[in-house]
Design a protein. Structure first.
Length: 388
């Protein structure tokens, strides 16, 4: 049996666990814009709406992370808008409120990502608003804070019951009234912070919402500079805050929140330009960030792999199919014996090696390769392979 040199094991270990890096991906498929909504569902990312140089938008785009390609999908069947909030429940996104050319809104639109269909749902009660923040926890959607008009900042919070199609007021947000806040969810609790408040202050504070107790609790403030218009996401039980704006300064820094220790850790800054109001979603343990604005509108795309990340996602249900992490050149990976699985392979630089093959012989040079496997519905495995 052919042995594997120790340095290759060491190389694989380092590459599989170091990470904390950004790589460029395809530019957003629509026009350069900011204050768009973004979410992921079924192994795909979605970005749309927002505001570009010509005004408010109602288009929506779907991102395939394996092909690194954007495809336009059904547009919102209503006016273009920016600064809407979004949460995802059962493969449907709910886009709530925002602002169009006539002012702030209360509309609630359900977008079914499987059927590519929009349906109007129960409007958000209370004040119309834009620049609120939305999240989903334990099967319910939430929207809190925001801006009504030009100076009326809000701190009310609402829970959406998807079955009853109804809203219920919950305890007000734990901090001051504000807009431009961000949110992320870790371990079935929501974290909301930063923004700009009614006293014209940029904010760095953060609050945790426990949906069982219905209470807000103050946590450690963002360790970086206070800001508004940041972007937030969560990966594998950690929260992240990236970019934003403070006092005529745009940022591209990235901060990770350690939930267990209530501390913030500085991570590798976004490789692209500084910005605010960008859009982000997470697919298979990677974050994808697009667009935003500084002195111009942006549409560039970036992928972040967190520090000490695992090799990816594994949702294979066939116990007989085992994907190797180390393989000798000239060996074949055959998926056709186990079902309708399709393999896509990239090299470490992101170059496509093969796409949607049910069997593939690895004759490439020794090194690290990235694998993605789909079944009939979605991506079920992503991981790294050491070829020697």
């Amino acid at each position: 049996m052919r042995s594997i040199p120790f340095f290759l094991f060491l190389c694989y270990s380092v590459l599989a666990n170091a990470a904390n890096s950004w790589t460029s991906v395809a530019d957003f498929g629509g026009t350069a814009r900011y204050t768009a909504v973004s979410f992921s569902s079924g192994g795909y990312g979605f970005t749309g709406l927002g505001e570009d140089a010509s005004g408010y938008k109602n288009d929506m785009w779907k991102y395939d992370p394996v092909a690194d390609v954007w495809t336009q999908v059904a547009s919102l069947p209503s006016t273009g808008r920016g600064g809407a909030s979004v949460f995802v429940l059962s493969q449907s996104a709910y886009i709530v409120a925002g602002k169009d050319s006539s002012g702030p809104l209360v509309e609630n639109w359900k977008y079914n990502t499987v059927n590519n269909v929009w349906i109007a749902k129960a409007d958000l009660p209370g004040s119309s608003r834009s620049l609120a923040t939305g999240f989903a926890v334990n099967g319910d959607g939430y929207v809190c804070c925001g801006l009504h008009g030009s100076q009326q900042y809000l701190n009310d919070a609402w829970r959406y019951d998807v079955v009853a199609d109804s809203w219920t007021a919950i305890n007000n947000f734990g901090g001051s009234k504000r807009a431009f806040a961000v949110s992320f969810v870790c371990n079935n609790e929501a974290y909301v912070g930063t923004g700009y408040d009614s006293s014209n202050n940029y904010k760095a504070d953060f609050f945790k919402y426990d949906p069982i107790a219905g209470q807000w609790t103050s946590i450690a403030p963002l360790a970086g500079n206070k800001r508004w218009g940041a972007t937030a996401f969560s990966i594998q039980g950690a929260g992240y805050v990236c970019c934003g704006f403070y006092n005529n300064i745009f940022y591209n820094d990235l901060w990770e929140y350690d939930v267990q220790n209530d501390t913030w850790i500085s991570r590798t800054a976004l490789s692209g330009p500084t910005r605010s109001h960008s859009s982000a979603f997470v697919i298979n343990g990677y974050a994808y960030l697009f667009g935003g604005a500084n002195t111009v509108f942006l549409n560039d795309g970036w992928k972040y792999e967190p520090a000490n990340s695992s090799v990816g996602v594994n949702e294979l249900t066939n116990s007989l199919l085992t994907i190797p992490q180390v393989l000798a050149r000239g060996q074949e990976l055959r998926l056709s014996d186990f079902g309708n699985y399709k393999l896509t392979v990239f090299d470490a630089k992101g170059n496509l090696i093969c796409r949607d093959k049910n069997q593939f012989t690895f004759n490439e040079s020794a090194g690290i390769y990235l694998l993605s496997i789909r079944d009939d519905k979605k991506v079920v495995y992503t991981g790294k392979l050491l070829l020697y």
